[in-house]
Design a protein around this ligand. Structure first.
Ligand SMILES: Cc1cc2nc3c(=O)[nH]c(=O)nc-3n(C[C@H](O)[C@H](O)[C@H](O)COP(=O)(O)O)c2cc1C
Length: 192
């Protein structure tokens, strides 16, 4: 498929309908190779990828649970179970984080975050191009020090996305997309 047609047709798959099989080791390496082609000012390579699969998923579910209960000690059982359910159901999670260089002379942290976000998108698109479904999510866990510590990240580092990947159950309906022209102007000179 033409890459523009592919991009126009892409859509995220909700994690509840992502199941087995997940990508093979070779496929995961391919997706990561696609991710590190993201534009990267200063060649800082701010991205860090944490591949969570197999038995490690349950451990990550427990990290999420511990983090949630620290934030909300009175969280109800259904809320607690949601994280565990997601980690049981989806075969692969790749956590994409930015290891931020705070005092880079040319590249501010915001650009390092953009580069890492682009890497996350490239990863997701690569998985979708190979027939998998996926979605990138954040939520409170992305900003949680317990989760960051479990990944070995520092406070200044940022989790940019949890990218969930699996095989979609059933076919996704084409998505309605906004009209790009609504966000676009021809610029012809300084605004008076
Ligand atoms: C950085 C980032 C974080 C996101 N976090 C969430 C999230 O926590 N929950 C959610 O429902 N969607 C989240 N989204 C949106 C979904 O990834 C997805 O784009 C959305 O469900 C729309 O589907 P589409 O990609 O097919 O348009 C996030 C998107 C980005 C870029």
């Amino acid at each position: 498929m033409d890459i523009v047609d592919f991009l126009k047709a892409r859509g995220s798959t909700p994690w509840r309908v992502l199941g087995d099989p997940g990508p093979s080791e070779e496929e995961i390496q391919e997706f990561l190779a696609a991710a590190v082609t993201a534009p990267d000012h200063g060649a800082i390579r701010p991205w860090r990828f944490f591949v969570v699969r197999g038995g490690a998923r349950e451990a990550m579910g427990e990290v999420f649970t511990e983090a949630l209960l620290k934030r909300k000690p009175d969280a109800d059982e259904a809320t607690v179970e949601k994280d565990r359910d997601r980690m049981r159901r989806v075969p692969l999670l790749i956590v994409v984080a930015a290891s931020i260089m705070e005092n880079h002379p040319k590249v501010p942290p915001s650009e390092q975050l953009v580069a890492t976000g682009l890497a996350a998108q490239a990863l997701l698109l690569a998985a979708q191009a190979k027939g998998y479904g996926g979605v990138m999510l954040t939520g409170d866990h992305a900003y949680d020090s317990t989760v960051k510590a479990a990944l070995g990240l520092k406070d200044k580092d940022q989790i940019v996305a949890f990218v969930y990947i699996g095989t979609p159950e059933g076919k996704m309906r084409p998505k309605r997309r906004p009209d790009a022209t609504k966000f676009t102007r021809d610029w012809t000179g300084p605004v008076a």
